[in-house]
Design a protein around this ligand. Structure first.
Ligand code: SAM
Length: 199
């Protein structure tokens, strides 16, 4: 994976065999090129992607994660959500710019504005860690709520906070899959159907 910045609010990125272009804007994440944590997340999840997956990019910003992943899913779909209207506009622009046809960009509060019965194989997020513990907890809990049994949450954070504990509280087991310069990628699987005690 390689990146190259351009002076006028855009940058390029290679993911898999695709070269992608992203438009950016002041005040939208990430305005100055790809965030190191985001790249670590993409590196971690790349080998795990399967062509048919339904993926949610939670807090998409300019759409870096969603656009990159959508381009490598032959039969799958990606939903990209952000609560910032400027981010959503840019993410939509970047979907079109890269001729991505299997991505849907939504303005919304975490998962609350997604179609109610939609379920995902994979939720990916570089969450807004500056927004406080409650927002992080909501990201983790709502991701769990929209995952299919057996689905995975991959989350990157730039310092420990208590994200691992939050994920453990909601999912049970948590695994650290990548670590670089203070960034950590954690993943957790939503349990498959629980066995019933009376069967
Ligand atoms: C750290 S940025 C990550 C952006 C992008 N995924 C990336 O890695 O380049 C977190 C994003 O979450 C969005 N966000 C914050 N609160 C949110 C909420 N309640 N619902 C959805 N998105 C939210 C922010 O607007 C921001 O774009």
């Amino acid at each position: 994976m390689t990146t190259r910045s351009h002076p006028k609010g855009s940058f390029e990125l290679s993911f898999g065999d695709r070269r992608l272009l992203f438009h950016t804007q002041a005040g939208v994440f990430s305005q100055d090129g790809p965030d190191e944590g985001t790249m670590l997340l993409l590196n971690a999840v790349g080998p795990f992607l399967k062509p048919h997956m339904t993926v949610l990019d939670l807090g998409t910003g300019v759409g870096l994660v969603g656009v990159s992943v959508a381009g490598s899913l032959a039969r799958g779909e990606v939903y990209m959500v952000d609560s910032d209207v400027r981010a959503v506009r840019l993410a939509q622009e970047n979907v079109l710019l890269n001729r991505i046809e299997n991505a849907h960009v939504k303005l919304g509060d975490i998962t609350l504005d997604l179609p109610p019965r939609l379920r995902f194989d994979l939720v990916l997020s570089n969450p807004p860690t500056h927004s406080g513990k409650q927002v992080l907890t909501n990201f983790v809990d709502e991701a769990h709520g929209v995952l299919r049994p057996g689905g995975w949450l991959y989350l990157v954070v730039n310092r420990l906070l208590s994200v691992r504990d939050m994920m453990a509280a909601t999912f049970g087991q948590v695994e650290q899959v990548e670590r670089h310069k203070g960034f950590m990628v954690f993943r957790a699987q939503k349990p498959r159907k629980a066995a019933t005690s009376d069967s």
